[in-house]
Design a protein around this ligand. Structure first.
Ligand code: GCB
Length: 640
């Protein structure tokens, strides 16, 4: 108990942002109106990409400024038209939608109306009726603005015009970083030619990628909830803190409700510890017969000011579990947990990185079919709806920041570090309560050998641990242990390696020896548990060759087989997980090493299995049978 109290004190002190970012939900006191569908859209094709600001496109209807097209939200804009210039567009694009706001939201002065964007890549500015309401840097996390004051300026009208300008340009201090290169040689390039350079291996899809919505709360409302869980024997401990905005005089009731709707325990304090007798712990998929058990923490607030009374109700799903790391184990609820999972991307045909429920559900069904118990949100935070699915299904998550491709020494400067720390604030604020999230990953394969990298990662990891001392922190490294400056600070070593692919291409016979050396070096130096956070090989679906050659399905299978044989030796010692690169084929920048994208998926981009998927399925179910306690139906996975 003392441990939970201490952890929580630090957790609370760590959150530097001054407001919460609770997922919008309907309740007896809250309404949600999704603004998804078709928006008017115009790319600013002027040479400076600045015409929209010079001519103040936000001041009138976008269609009055020039030609507009329909673009769906949520979706990347890149792949939905036939225009090659829009596919590769760099700079500002403008979205606009007129919205009818329920009249009572405006007339009822006790109601707060919030405009929220779940994610827009990369930099966004938002106007309502021509008035700027917010701007936000970063392509993968939500931002919002209170707009009821603005709506009430003209209470006679219930329509409002929302304009969102989004810029996908990446520079040395954005996350991920990039740079714009102008080609000035007129014998080689046309006037105004420039390219966006990046050091990451996925297409820089752009636009409004997740939902845009309006939601209401009363003027006095539950702004944030933080829970930290623990257990002692059969008693669960839920340490909680509720923060409130808009009122000082409140009464509060906090009730923990089980899955059957029974009230388990309640309290009237804004913070405290709830004791749960005969607790049902949150367990990962395939580790327990009843994975993903969630309670619901209902927070009911009553407040009053001089003239009005307010009631607000918010229900937070709560999974009670612990995460700990020893020198050679990763423990969930004090039991060794072995990650047998995948790396993913938010990526699909046509939609690009646009959120899409059918895709999300298909991916979960494929992961469960595969016997995967975990994934890593390579290389940026995923939609919160995906984490909610993980909570419910018991799929364990390594939650990664967009710190990918940090390769230029200037991207280690203070401006970058400051922004990276802010992104971690936003990430932890959004995802801190998800039981499925068991570890933070602050970056992927940075140039860790560069002199400033040590300081940069020390700061980043320390900061993340202050934000959340309850979860381990890592960054993802490549296989060169000798030059790594950040590894001393991480809790778990996460290593990516591509033996017989980028090194010694075509030589399957080197895999086992090189992988063994990799593990021995890392463990010998740091004595920390190790996850193989990426390995794999490209396979063009339908390409076959025996004896196997690179890019065939046979070669991909054999790479997996050789990696697995070393994993099987080391997982008895200190290797605590293996995550295949990648779950599915995905789109990349065009280049000579990529044939219509990265083909290391074990599923195609359309989510059909390659032969490697069956190898992995057989292995993951075997691992689950060895290490977990499977529900009855899962003993016969083939029938599902
Ligand atoms: C990596 C990167 C990942 C790439 C992968 C590859 O190390 O982390 O983003 O897609 O290798 O296939 O090259």
């Amino acid at each position: 108990m003392f441990r939970v109290l201490c952890l929580f004190a630090a957790f609370k002190a760590g959150i530097l942002l001054d407001s919460g970012m609770l997922f919008p939900q309907e309740s007896s006191s809250r309404e949600v109106k999704e603004l998804n569908g078709l928006w008017a859209f115009r790319a600013d094709r002027s040479p400076t990409r600045n015409q929209g600001f010079q001519r103040a496109w936000y001041k009138s209807r976008l269609a009055e400024t020039g030609p507009v097209i329909d673009i769906p939200v949520p979706s990347s804009y890149n792949d939905v038209t036939q225009d090659p210039n829009l596919r590769d567009f760099i700079g500002w694009v403008w979205y606009e939608r007129e919205v009818v706001v329920p009249a009572r939201w405006i007339s009822d002065g006790k109601t707060r109306v919030v405009l929220r964007v779940e994610s827009a890549h990369y930099y966004s500015i938002v106007w309502v009726n021509g008035v700027k309401v917010t701007e936000h840097e970063g392509g993968h996390l939500p931002f919002e603005a209170d707009i009821d004051g603005l709506l009430r300026e003209d209470p006679t009208t219930t329509t409002c015009r929302i304009t969102i300008a989004v810029n996908n340009t990446l520079d040395l201090h954005t996350l991920p970083p990039g740079s714009i290169q102008y080609m000035k040689d007129r014998t080689m390039y046309p006037e105004g030619f420039f390219v966006q350079n990046t050091n990451f291996d996925f297409f820089n899809y752009a636009g409004i990628h997740r939902s845009v919505l309006l939601y209401t709360t009363p003027k006095a409302y539950v702004d944030d909830i933080t829970v930290v869980t623990d257990f002692l024997d059969s008693t669960g401990l839920v340490r909680y803190n509720v923060s409130i905005q808009g009122a000082t005089l409140v009464t509060l009731k906090v009730t923990l409700i089980d899955k059957d709707g029974h009230c388990v325990v309640s309290s009237n304090d804004t913070s405290g510890v709830l004791k749960v007798v005969d607790v049902k712990l949150w367990w990962p998929y395939l580790m327990h017969e009843n994975p993903g058990y969630l309670y619901s923490l209902e927070v009911r607030l009553n407040a009053a000011d001089g003239t009005s009374t307010y009631e607000d109700v918010y229900s937070l799903p709560v999974g009670i579990r612990t995460v700990k790391v020893t020198k050679n184990q990763f423990l969930i609820n004090n039991k060794p947990f072995y990650f047998h999972g995948v790396n993913k991307h938010e990526d699909s045909d046509i939609r690009g990185k646009g959120f899409d429920w059918p895709l999300v559900v298909k991916d979960f069904n494929l992961m469960k079919w595969l016997g995967a118990n975990s994934f890593r949100t390579s290389h940026y935070p995923y939609a919160e709806e995906i984490l909610q699915m993980c909570d419910r299904h018991g799929i364990v998550v390594i939650d990664e920041s967009p710190g990918v491709g940090i390769k230029d020494i200037r991207s280690f400067e203070n401006a970058s570090l400051t922004h990276h720390l802010e992104v971690m604030d936003e990430l932890v604020r959004r995802d801190k309560n998800h039981p499925s999230v068991v570890m933070w990953s602050v970056a992927n394969e940075p140039a860790a050998e560069m002199p400033p990298a040590g300081f940069y990662f020390q700061m980043l990891i320390k900061h993340t641990k202050v934000l959340d001392p309850t979860r381990p922190v890592t960054f993802i490294t490549d296989s060169n242990y000798a030059r790594d400056k950040g590894a001393p600070y991480v809790d778990v070593i996460c290593v990516n390696s591509y033996f017989s692919w980028y090194h010694d291409p075509g030589h399957l016979e080197v895999i086992q020896i090189q992988l063994n050396t990799q593990f021995e070096n890392w463990y010998g130096k740091y004595q920390k548990p190790i996850i193989q956070s990426e390995y794999g090989a490209d396979a063009a679906p339908g390409f076959h060759s025996d004896p196997p050659v690179m890019f065939t399905e046979e070669y991909q299978k054999l790479v997996l087989r050789d990696y697995h044989s070393v994993f099987d030796q080391k997982r008895k010692l200190y290797v605590v997980g293996e995550l295949i690169w990648n779950f599915a084929d995905f789109m990349t920048t065009q280049g000579v090493t990529r044939m219509v994208g990265n083909k290391k998926g074990i599923f195609t981009r359309q989510r059909q299995p390659k032969e490697a998927a069956f190898i992995l399925k057989e292995r993951y179910w075997r691992l689950a049978n060895e290490t977990g306690r499977l529900p009855l139906w899962t003993k016969y996975p083939c029938s599902h």
